[in-house]
Design a protein around this ligand. Structure first.
Ligand code: PEP
Ligand code: MG
Length: 581
């Protein structure tokens, strides 16, 4: 038995024979135009773009039908990349220099991918793989080759092993035969990860070079709870994993039975369970998993990978789509959260030594009112006339990286200016749908000042990812210190407790939208502290509901007292270890 360690990106356990996937190609579907130059090259490039565009549209349709909207959205991103003027410019520049078409496209793709790969943000770095995927399709079209039937040999339930999977690979994947996915490369935000979570199959990525040769024809056992892959597992391992599989199947059935019940503790304390989304297409899956609303809609997707900012109309259409797909459920939109670590081509920010402490989010947008106001107006236009079932405004607007009361007031002024522009003097019906005004509590200063800030806002949501990073001084993108970033550290528990208590005192609605909001170990703390809502990745909702329903707040009060006196994260975890969910 050999054991490989990778990154767990989609929970679960599976055993099966390895199916090793290698990219193949069928040759000779059309003329090879790689050597073309000048006008002939331009015409061939335009034809190749056209062919790839048709192909991507078809893939998007198939993905939407087979896997759901989250995966289909990947192809929208690919279409944007294909049509990116920067790509056309990079190719054109090389053609003008007399380069043949094949080399011009290859070099242009390399340049764009290298640009993305050099960025600090891991999400953007992984988009380099998308550029290469689109580039490979373009080159294939130029070469006159057709894509091969790469998964032809996959005809029985298997563990799919690959270097990495591109979105176009995964559409042709016969899902009924995929027990698990293991890749040599890739990270938590790679497409393999997104796909695996969408399919609900266990996945381990980044298991290391050489995996493809090692795994050929072998039996594999995948424990994606731990990120471990066993090659030729022994009997004891197989028995342990079989037990885990039985337990998982039982848990899934139990959770499905709770689908129609509220997230309510034994003693009747009700928590709203909401989803964190990053694209309108993800809304349907969230509702299917039982989301009662959206606790965090990250709006960055509209702004990334493009040379010009999106127009007000384009933004309003996207925000409206989210509101419509969510029915009459409440949706919290977060304004653009970019800056030094996530630069945008149309919003250049100088490189900074400490981008997480730098010029980002509202700090940047308050200086760029044309972009800020356009987004706020688009959000408000989408919100006009839309109410929840309870007759409250359906849309809520949340500002990230708020540190001080001055920040709150500056955001409030921007908010009011946009509302005046959209609603005018406004009749009563329009005024009823006026979005609620809220802030993210993700900077310790804001958490400490919550009693003061709470008086000037409609709601708050705790961003535990950044709050943890800033409180413990642990860079969330640095793997060397990642293990120190524990949201259940007593310092953060005290800080969150203080902020939640201040909101409750002021009668201000408070939710949680960082990763800890969906963590079964942290949920007892949030329920004990009395949050109104927990927002998380949609896939975590069923387990979170089961967790909430197993708790008794009267009993948790004692544990909360103890946790506020605890000295280590381990003690806090032990205190809130209230049976398994
Ligand atoms: C957070 O900081 O906890 C959060 C939810 O926002 P993001 O992860 O997008 O920074
Ligand atoms: Mg944040």
């Amino acid at each position: 038995m050999r054991i490989l360690k990778g990154i767990a990106v989609s929970d679960g356990v599976a055993v099966g024979p390895a199916f090793v996937y290698r990219v193949q190609e069928a040759a000779g579907a059309g003329p090879d135009r790689r050597a073309a130059t000048g006008e002939a090259a331009r015409a061939a490039f335009a034809e190749a773009v056209e062919a790839v565009r048709d192909g991507l549209r078809a893939l998007r349709e198939r993905a939407a039908a087979a896997a759901g909207s989250e995966e289909a959205a990947i192809f929208d991103a690919h279409l944007l990349m294909l049509e990116d003027p920067l790509l056309a410019e990079e190719v054109e520049r090389r053609l003008r220099e007399g380069r043949p078409l094949g080399a011009a496209v290859e070099e242009a793709i390399d340049a764009l991918a290298a640009m993305l790969a050099a960025l600090d943000d891991p999400y953007m770095r992984q988009r380099a793989a998308d550029v290469r995927d689109v580039g490979a399709q373009l080159l294939r079209a130029i070469r006159g080759a057709a894509a091969g039937a790469a998964f032809e040999g996959l005809a029985r339930p298997s563990v799919v092993v690959a270097e990495d999977l591109t979105p176009s690979d995964t559409v042709s994947l016969p899902r009924e035969y995929v027990r698990a996915i293991v890749t040599e490369a890739g990270g938590p935000t790679s497409h393999t990860a997104i796909l695996a979570r969408a399919m609900g199959v266990p996945a381990v990525v980044g298991a290391g070079a050489g995996l493809l040769d090692l795994a050929e024809g072998r039996l594999l056992a995948v424990d994606a709870r731990e990120g471990v892959v066993y090659i030729d597992p022994d009997e004891a391992t197989l028995e342990r994993l079989a037990q885990a599989q039985r337990a998982e199947a039982g848990a899934a059935a139990r959770r499905a039975a709770l689908r129609a019940l509220p997230a309510e503790t034994v003693d009747g304390f009700r928590v709203e369970l909401a989803a964190n989304l990053g694209h309108p297409a993800e809304a349907d899956a969230a509702v299917a998993q039982g989301a009662e609303g959206v606790g965090l809609f990250r709006t960055e997707f509209l702004f990334l990978d493009r040379a010009e900012p999106p127009t007000e109309d384009e933004q309003a259409a996207a925000y409206r789509e989210v509101l419509e797909r969510m029915g009459a459920r409440p949706v919290i939109f977060r304004t653009l959260d970019v800056g030094g670590d996530k630069p945008l081509p149309f919003l250049p920010v100088e490189a900074e030594a400490n981008p997480f402490l730098g010029y980002r989010a509202i700090r940047l947008l308050l200086d760029r009112p044309e972009i800020f106001q356009t987004q706020l107006r688009a959000l408000m236009r989408a919100a006009l006339g839309r109410l929840t079932e309870r007759g409250e405004p359906q849309a809520r607007i949340m500002f990230p990286m708020v540190a001080t009361l001055d920040d709150v007031r500056a955001c409030r002024r921007a908010f009011e200016e946009a509302w005046r522009a959209v609603a005018g003097s406004g009749d009563r019906d329009v005024e009823r749908s006026r979005p609620l005004f809220g802030i993210m509590v993700e900077i310790p200063a804001a958490a400490l000042m919550m009693d003061v800030l709470a008086r000037e806002i409609d709601f708050a949501s705790i961003g535990t990812n950044d709050l943890t990073q800033y409180t413990l001084a642990v860079d969330r993108t640095n793997p060397r210190v990642a293990a120190r970033a524990d949201t259940l550290d007593p310092a953060i528990v005290r800080l969150m407790h203080r902020a939640i208590a201040a909101c409750r005192e002021a009668g201000t609605w408070v939710g949680v939208c960082g990763e800890a909001g969906g963590d079964p170990a942290a949920i007892p703390f949030f329920v004990a502290a009395g949050v109104d809502e927990l927002s998380m990745s949609p896939g975590r909702l069923p387990a979170a509901k089961e967790r909430v329903r197993s708790l008794d707040r009267r009993e948790l009060a004692r544990r909360l007292e103890a946790a506020l006196q605890a000295g280590t994260a381990e003690e806090v975890r032990r205190i809130f270890d209230v049976g398994s969910a």
